[in-house]
Design a protein around this ligand. Structure first.
Ligand SMILES: [Zn+2]
Length: 372
């Protein structure tokens, strides 16, 4: 009988909808929540376990014993039925995390769905109001200490502001929502709820680093920013499908990490730099949490003379290990990676950026930042 139940479950797993994780969409789930009636990957199953058995009861399909009633319940429900119920009204701007996304996004998505029932009732979606106020821990520009700062988001004013003192009349900074990008960088900040906000001001990229103690709160800030961007784009580009707009609400970095980089002549000493590949922009920093980059490189299309090459140009005497070159019409950049895997990963990421066609917006971005 145990064998029969297991085979029935394995058969259910092949049904459309059940063949991907109900929460992150990754392939081949082999866990299940048997009170919600959904199939899950191991990572999402662990998050379900954290919610407690009053919300979700988790079992392995292959390793645990199943009784007839449980299997019947799984057969009567499944991922598609759960989607119809728990994802009834997910806002188009809401970030649906994938397998590669950080823990806080995955956990809050799962909590929002099954614990708070946020997508069964639009009134619970406070991040759609166009206004958000609250305290966030912000890293000091110069002293690198995190201080609690009041932040105010106003969609109407197209701005997010923060104040250094609670009773200050003027904000310390007012960042246009239409200019900023928000991205979760928990490892870089060293906090699971770490969020980076970047914008370009007078040709210079500025980064601020934030977190909240409560995961729900930081994900709400993130989705409030995305929602404001969504509403603005919806007005600016009427008729554009939601799917296309969604891809423009926030950008995750294509790659980040350390590389050694030499100066413009190529004969200078190699210096360790923290590199961030953000779309068509390659930024390099002395330290990962610096407020401003040391420099930025714009990556145009390969047809305009932007490309990546293994090693250094011929004729050089000494070549550091795992070297590669980035060629632009204005300058050649020479890098050295810590390992051949990193070299390969960076070359692929940079090549992908140069392979992409240029859009009018890319030209505008190039002009706006002081790109070298
Ligand atoms: Zn999953």
């Amino acid at each position: 009988m145990a064998e029969r139940n297991k085979n029935r479950l394995l058969d259910l797993l092949t049904q459309e909808g059940n063949n991907v994780c109900a929460d992150c969409g990754c392939q081949d789930p082999d866990w299940a929540s048997f009170n919600l009636g959904i199939y899950l990957c191991v990572t999402c199953a662990q998050i379900h376990r954290m919610l407690g058995a009053h919300i979700s009861k988790v079992k392995s399909i292959r390793l645990d014993q199943w009784n007839d009633d449980q299997v019947e319940f799984m057969a009567a429900n499944g991922n598609r039925a759960a989607k119809a119920k728990y994802e009834l009204c997910v806002p188009p701007s809401y970030k649906r995390p994938a397998e590669s996304d950080c823990q806080v996004l995955r956990e809050q998505w799962i909590r929002a769905k099954y614990e708070r029932h946020e997508f069964m009732d639009v009134d619970k979606q406070t991040y759609l109001s166009g206004h958000k106020t609250g305290y966030l821990w912000k890293r000091g520009k110069d002293d690198s200490k995190y201080q609690s700062r009041l932040f105010v988001l106003s969609e109407e004013e197209n701005v997010i502001k923060y104040y250094n003192k609670q009773d200050a009349k003027e904000p310390k900074a007012a960042i246009k929502l239409s200019n900023l990008n928000a991205v979760f960088v928990p490892d870089k900040i060293g906090n699971p709820n770490g969020l980076q906000i970047s914008w370009v001001k007078e040709g210079q990229t500025r980064n601020i680093y934030l977190y909240t103690d409560d995961g729900k709160d930081i994900v709400e800030w993130y989705n409030a920013i995305r929602h404001a961007n969504y509403n603005r784009l919806k007005v600016a580009y009427p008729g554009t499908p939601d799917e296309e707009l969604r891809s423009q609400l926030s950008r995750d970095f294509h790659k980040e990490g350390w590389l050694c980089k030499t100066g413009p002549k190529g004969s200078e000493a190699y210096r360790k730099r923290w590199m961030t590949l953000d779309g068509r922009r390659l930024l390099y920093f002395a330290e990962p949490l610096d407020p401003n980059p040391k420099g930025e490189v714009f990556l145009g299309n390969k047809l305009d003379g932007y490309f990546v090459r293994d090693g250094l140009p011929p004729g050089r005497q000494e070549e550091p290990p795992n070297s590669f070159s980035l060629i632009t019409p204005d300058r050649e950049y020479y890098f050295s990676a810590d390992s051949s895997e990193e070299q390969k990963a960076w070359m692929e990421a940079l090549k992908a950026a140069c392979d992409k066609p240029m859009y009018p917006q890319d030209q505008k971005n190039k002009q706006e930042s002081k790109l070298k």
